[in-house]
Write a protein that binds this ligand. Structure first.
Ligand code: FUL
Length: 500
């Protein structure tokens, strides 16, 4: 009977995948059953640019500008450009340190809320061209983008929509002004891989109100730099919701959104999507069954977890003793990258224009810890045995073309014999997210006195799930995928011992 059932089930699944759109957005219909909704959710996938971004895992922010020199976190737009005067600025130093720390992309605050521009823009006089730095010939965008290119680090740009200096702010002309600034940044400095739009807008009751034409901004980016993801006031990348560096235990990349307008640019695979998903993206639960069952549509909208290495986003001398330690950064890594997110870690240059040695030490210490921990996967030398399942290889040509999956069932059990009794306290699992996010519940067990004992459990996995638990000794280990929205596709399983 079994042999007959499996092909039938498989047939149904294959048919389902043909009729379901394999893209990063799907609409739900009133007649969809709960099962239909779950199946649709399991088929929502990242766009190519979202997937490339997710694979970066660790990215960096460079908060630098007039605030570096005034000691403020938010300027007011009235600062004199002459204040910007670093004496030893060296963007290559920033990039080299970031690269050593395993940071794969750096985002520069080309303009923060005070409106001061770090590049010699034609749109305003409130820029570096009126600063003493290099007699007005300086261009931090150029310095940093050149250094990134030279060292193989990707480059991104932060352009604050809120601008407290610009006189036309609050009128339609500001949208033209903003698009001109964006166009300069996207055309003059080579490839840009991320554009970061801040949601912060502190206009007071007497302040001007600006209607941002975000769709126009998105279309400008798509036209000039189609590879760039647009975060966090954007369609590709979602703000995780805090600035602590800690993501959610249950973190779905597939979340509810409003159905697209009829005239919206939908694109075959949403590569051209220029609509920011709608909804409150700050709840503790965004994408579990109870949430998606009441949705109009579902979209792949992954989390970016931003945090600064110091209390402030900009450099302040009096925070030199509050640089996060390597151990704290490691905990942040486990709770951001290890919770299906991309970490965006801010490292602000000093008034001299250099990364401070304390920050450098912390970054290198953090990288050393990661290298030590992840050097020895206890499961690597052993072969996984899947009970009632099999390992499928898609194509050897693909970089990530290997995963374990099941047929006809949405659960899986992996059993490992690691040769001898060994200590471990860290589990690291990845789903093959190119085909979506599916796992809803998993458990790790170890065989002790002939009985399987639970040592760790979790809900979502996604791009990566790292779980820390009390050190335990064992030889026989079992990972159970207990609930999944469709056959689970597991790309990687690692078991490590972190000696503190
Ligand atoms: C916030 C801003 O107001 C902060 O200054 C900083 O740029 C942070 C990354 O985003 O919204």
């Amino acid at each position: 009977m079994k042999n007959i059932k499996i092909p039938i089930l498989c047939g149904l699944i294959c048919l389902a995948s043909i009729t379901l759109a394999q893209q990063n957005y799907v609409e739900l219909k009133p007649e969809d059953t709960k099962e239909d909704i779950i199946r649709k959710a399991a088929h929502v996938r990242p766009t190519k640019r979202q997937l490339k971004w997710q694979e970066l895992e660790v990215t960096g922010f460079i908060h630098y500008g007039i605030n570096t020199f005034t000691g403020k976190e938010w300027g007011d737009g009235k600062e004199d450009p002459k204040l910007f005067n670093p004496k030893k600025q060296d963007a290559e130093q920033w990039v080299k340190i970031a690269k050593k720390a395993g940071i794969k992309l750096l985002i520069l605050t080309a303009k923060h809320h005070d409106g001061f521009c770090l590049w010699p823009t034609a749109t305003t006089e409130h820029s570096i061209k009126n600063s003493p730095y290099l007699n007005g010939q300086g261009d931090v965008m150029k310095e940093l983008s050149d250094a990134c290119r030279k060292h193989g680090v990707k480059f991104g740009v932060y352009l604050s929509p809120w601008d407290q200096h610009e006189a036309v702010y609050g009128t339609e002309a500001y949208n033209d002004f903003f698009v001109k600034q964006l166009t300069e940044l996207l055309t003059q400095y080579g490839q840009v891989d991320e554009v970061w739009f801040d949601g912060a807008n502190g206009e007071g009751p007497n302040g001007k109100k600006q209607e941002y034409d975000f769709e126009r901004y998105y279309k400008t980016i798509r036209a000039i730099q189609p590879e760039a993801v647009i975060a966090v006031m954007g369609p590709d990348v979602r703000w995780v919701g805090t600035e602590t560096g800690y993501g959610r235990d249950t973190e779905w990349s597939v979340v509810p959104t409003a159905a697209l307008r009829q005239d919206a640019v939908a694109g075959e695979s949403q590569q051209d999507m220029t609509i920011k998903p709608k909804g409150d993206m700050r709840n503790s639960d965004l994408g579990s069954r109870s949430q998606i069952e009441k949705a109009e549509a579902l979209v792949w909208y992954p989390a970016e977890t931003d945090v600064s290495i110091r209390p402030g986003w900009f450099f302040h001398e009096n925070q030199n003793d509050q640089v996060k330690s390597p151990e704290k950064l490691l905990d942040i890594y486990f709770n951001s990258v290890g919770k299906n997110g991309v970490l965006l870690l801010n490292i602000p240059p000093t008034k001299d224009g250099l990364i401070h040695e304390k920050d450098e030490q912390a970054l290198i210490g953090w990288k050393n810890l990661r290298d030590q921990i992840f050097a020895n996967n206890l499961l690597k030398t052993t072969s996984a045995k899947l009970i009632n399942q099999h390992k499928e290889i898609i194509t050897k040509k693909e970089k990530t073309g290997q995963y374990w999956t099941t047929k006809g069932v949405d659960t899986a059990t992996f059993v490992f014999d690691i040769g001898k009794e060994q200590e471990f306290n860290l589990l690291d699992i990845s789903e093959f997210i190119k085909y979506g996010q599916r796992v809803e519940k998993f458990e790790l067990e170890v065989l002790q006195n002939n009985a399987w004992t639970k040592v760790a459990s979790g809900t979502t996995i996604g791009s990566r799930r790292i779980l820390q638990f009390n050190t335990i000794k064992g030889k026989h280990i079992r990972l159970k995928i207990l609930e999944s929205r469709l056959n689970p596709m597991i790309q990687n399983i690692g078991l490590y011992h972190y000696i503190q």
